[in-house]
Design a protein. Structure first.
Length: 300
């Protein structure tokens, strides 16, 4: 079901990688030509700026594409949209005016504000989407740390965007930036610690539960059933299987069934022992236990 969706995403990732590499190559070549040729005018500056914008867009898009096939795909698509808006605003500023970076194409500064806010959102969502790759971990410490780090990312992004949107009306106090520093520290701590902690906890495995023991002559199926019965309850009674009796016609296997005696020790709780005694109806407890075990194996 996920294969048709995964193929376009894989193609988009490859396209972004090609775009990033090609943009960096073009920017590098323009720089080399400018240094060797002695000329670096307005057109060359626009070309270099454009290639860097495309490279930045491709890099952020790769981060967003990492989660578009997961349950949190909405954040991935939101990040892609923010990256597109930021790239479009940047390209407008580069090519919209007669002079590069002179602001002639953005008289009221709205395009610059759009660029800054969209860039903040795109980078924050890229950061969050990379951390959300750990969302599938079941460890409580990973889940709690991930939630705290995502909250810190949201706080940092909001506190950066508000001064831009309000032209500095918000964020003119010292305590505003102190709390911003606190959120930034929590953000950085979670970003560094969570992947390391996930790798450390990934290598740890829970210890195996104790299982019942059987003699070397026991069959694999009988040993597995005995282990399951023994691990299901605390040991309060011991039932010992027949060690040589022949089949009595009531479902009790003996040595004649497979040519070798079988001895199985089961640890049962008190309520099961009482039910076993009731089922035995005066017979030996081991005969009743083996009859029940045989019926369970045949039906299973």
């Amino acid at each position: 079901m996920t294969a048709p969706a995964a193929s376009p995403v894989r193609g988009a990732r490859r396209a972004m990688i090609v775009a990033v590499v090609a943009s960096l190559l073009v920017a590098s070549l323009c720089g080399i030509v400018a240094l060797l040729g002695g000329g670096f005018g307005d057109l060359q500056a626009r070309i270099v700026a454009t290639t860097l914008i495309v490279a930045a867009f491709g890099t952020s898009a790769l981060c967003h594409l990492a989660v578009v096939t997961r349950a949190v795909r909405a954040l991935g698509f939101a990040g892609l949209a923010a990256s597109v808006v930021a790239a479009g605003a940047a390209l407008w500023l580069v090519w919209g005016g007669d002079g590069l970076f002179e602001g002639e194409g953005d008289g009221d500064g709205s395009v610059l504000k759009t660029l800054l806010v969209a860039t903040i959102v795109a980078i924050s969502l890229a950061h969050a989407n990379l951390l959300l790759l750990l969302a599938g971990r079941r460890r409580t410490v990973i889940r709690a740390g991930l939630g705290l780090t995502l909250a810190a990312i949201a706080v940092v992004a909001t506190m950066l965007a508000l001064p831009v949107i309000t032209d500095g009306a918000v964020g003119d106090s010292e305590w505003y930036w102190r709390w911003f520093g606190v959120a930034g520290i929590v953000d950085a701590l979670g970003t560094i610690a969570l992947p390391v902690l996930a790798l450390v906890l990934r290598g740890r495995r829970p210890e195996p539960a104790p299982t019942a023991t059987a003699s070397p002559t026991a069959s694999p199926t009988a040993s597995a059933a005995a282990s399951a019965a023994a691990s299901a309850a605390a040991p309060t009674a011991v039932v010992t299987g027949s060690d040589g009796a022949r089949d009595d016609g009531a479902g009790t296997p003996g040595a004649g069934a497979d040519g070798a005696p079988v001895r199985i020790v089961l640890d049962l709780p008190a309520d099961l022992v009482a039910r076993l005694d009731a089922a035995a109806d005066g017979q030996a407890r081991d005969a009743a236990a083996l009859r029940v075990l045989r019926n369970a194996l045949v039906q299973g």
